[in-house]
Unconditional design. Structure first.
Length: 275
């Protein structure tokens, strides 16, 4: 990992713009991605879904309801149709005309020395795994994407494992959402909260699958000790989604490798100004 002063953001932690600069521009659009680069984010995170014709569309949800106000599934449409759909006006009328990009459109924007985190969605359906891997291979090959400029991430270990086998030179991070499981003793809730899956379980899956790192949710479970444990087994660490400066400072001091935020402008300015 480069020295903090070598980062475009200058921050002591890699700043990853969540779905682009999504607090200011419509998420997962070229406008949000380009703004994040302009703001000197070290990296941008995007989501991709498989279209009906086997292309990777840059959109978070499996449906078009939230960002396009269309009651259709992404995988029911070809990429040529998806690329015409407005997904900007829901954010602000001035963003009308921003449409759904295809993955190669975003790959072409990556500046030298920056990284793109590509989250692979829809991986809970095993039948789609090979189609996702095939589309990803094609897009990375045709765009001549350098392995050091791409991080492949997913919530789905089986899909990510297949991706890592197919693209061993590219880093793969397992994304994990931990939940708190409290046990009751009579009418009292136990003082000891259990987080599932545990960090040991997460590490076991990551190491046995040959992943390069883990991308954990910003919860109370992500302690300094947990970050240290991750690094001790030679896994890289990332956290999502951090919009609180206090959380960001604590995690940076604890040694987190990458920090995903909706507000790269504010986070970069605040961390650079922090004593």
């Amino acid at each position: 990992m480069p020295h903090p002063n070598d980062r475009p953001s200058g921050c002591p932690v890699e700043i990853v713009a969540h779905r682009g600069a999504s607090i200011e521009a419509p998420e997962n659009t070229l406008a949000a991605v380009e703004l994040a680069w302009q703001l000197n984010a070290d990296a941008v995170e995007i989501d991709v879904q498989l279209s009906r014709d086997g292309k990777l569309a840059v959109i978070h949800d499996a449906t078009l309801t939230r960002t396009a106000e269309i009651r259709r599934n992404v995988n029911d449409l070809d990429i040529s149709e998806l690329r015409t759909i407005d997904v900007g006006s829901w954010k602000d009328e001035c963003c009308r005309g921003e449409t759904i990009p295809e993955l190669p459109n975003v790959l072409a924007t990556i500046p030298s020395g920056r990284r793109l985190f590509v989250e692979l969605k829809g991986g809970d359906i095993e039948a789609t795994h090979s189609a996702i891997v095939s589309a990803l291979n094609r897009d990375l090959r045709e765009s001549n994407s350098a392995p050091e400029s791409i991080v492949l991430i997913s919530f789905y270990p089986a899909l990510l494992s297949l991706v890592k086998q197919s693209l061993p030179d590219f880093e793969a991070f397992l994304v994990v959402q931990q939940t708190q499981d409290t046990s009751e003793a009579g009418d009292r809730v136990s003082d000891i909260a259990q987080w599932k899956p545990s960090i040991d379980e997460i590490i076991d899956v990551a190491l046995s699958s040959g992943f390069d790192g883990v991308d954990l949710q910003n919860t109370a479970a992500l302690t300094d000790g947990v970050i240290n444990t991750i690094h001790k087994v030679n896994l890289k660490s990332c956290v999502w989604t951090v919009n609180s400066l206090n959380d960001a400072r604590r995690l940076a001091i604890a040694g987190i490798g990458s920090l995903t935020t909706d507000d790269p402008r504010g986070m970069i300015a605040a961390l650079n100004a922090a004593p």
